[in-house]
Design a protein around this ligand. Sequence first.
Ligand SMILES: *Cc1c(COP(=O)(O)O)cnc(C)c1O
Length: 481
Amino acid sequence: MNALPELLFDKSRPGKTGYSFESDPIPETEQYVDPELQRAGIADFPSLSEVEIVRHYTNLSHLNHSVDSGFYPLGSCTMKYNPKVNETIAAMPSFTNAHPYTPHHLVQGNIGIMRDLEARLCAITGMKAFSLSPAAGAHGELTGMMLIRNCLSHRGNPRRIVLVPDSAHGTNPASAHFAGYNVKEIPSGPDGVLEPHTLREHLDKDVAALMLTNPNTLGIFERHICELATALHENGSMLYMDGANMNALMGIARPGDLGVDVLHLNLHKTFATPHGGGGPGSGPVGVADHLAPFLPPPVIPKQDGSGPRYHIPDTIGRIKNFYGNFLVMVRALAYLMSLGRSGLRNVAEDAVLNANYIRCRLSELLDLPYQSRTLHEVVFSDKGLPVSTLDIAKRLLDYGIHPFTIYFPLIVHGAMMIEPTETESLETLDLFVTAMKEILTEAESDADMVRNAPYNTPLRRLDEVQAARHPVLRWQPREQE
Ligand SMILES: *Cc1c(COP(=O)(O)O)cnc(C)c1O
């Protein structure tokens, strides 16, 4: 087992330094800060040589599992491989050095990138306009719900209720609540999709919208979506589609054609920006015509030479400073340009193919509660297993594989939500299937061994309750005697 590395504070030895400039102290006449206000040093600031610091951080980086180091089938998160060319382009100084306050006539190229990306996202989704401002998926959801609220208020009544199926992503009810709505959960049917009669039972003049994750968290396409949209529209309600998993649909189905009023995408899932470390991300929001007047500023001009529009009479207001996370947009456009139209469709087809391969291979070993055909991910249950879903997830770490999403969605007992993505080869998928088979064999013969996994990681089982309730997020100097 690897040992957990010491902290820099522990490795510190007095007198060591990374740099030693031979220089005289700054003469008092050239000092801009009153010497009385200057601090002599920082308590317990670590002293190390440069090479020790480099090794420390390099070794720390190797403790992380990442898409670049191994298979990462974390369901709903689309941990696909992100081509390095996107990074190279986004790191070009002309992009990284552009200040967000630069006069717009000096950054027409950058504005053009946003315009081009918006146009491509409209083409992919069938929506009429996009805002690139939101910084994440959940932020896009909030923006979308605010757009619905604003539009309905303009029609005279914002209404009170948002319906969310039990197969929706967990952020959906939270976003509706944040936008001031009461959330009502409604059940999905026996084949894992929302049925129109269920929607109709809950539809009245107080319902502002339905938030539909599609494909839903079971990885199943909501095949009644057109009928759902019609029922909503007849009632004066709107359809929000959570499009974070557009990886399964792009080039094949356009939400705008299916009756969706507003949706968000996750550039940091579908459009190849590395994620998992907490950002930056981007959750663009696409709207049908009737919601476009309410979009947040800045609205990117459709023509060269003009500046972004900030004065939008009916806007929901600013939701992010400046233009949003511009470098994520650069990556997304680079990704889209390198793939082209047919490449994009291949992505979706291969993502679905890979998930169905895993589904077929593992359904001999694991319980598959919903038999409907799946798209980009597949969800198994822990039914009949001698160990828990958590035990299997932990044991996978010993095989060098990042676990799948566990215990979500809640409608599946002990859920194992597996999303391989299109960037994995047949060999990798087979390695994963073999690892799962071996773990299940181990569980039959020696359940305790699996229950005590992992063995090869720097730390074994963490106290997750303690970590959530009492996180220690920073090092503090020891009390001075
Ligand atoms: C990831 C995800 C979200 C939330 O996106 P964040 O960028 O993490 O806020 C919402 N819905 C679905 C279906 C997702 O997979």
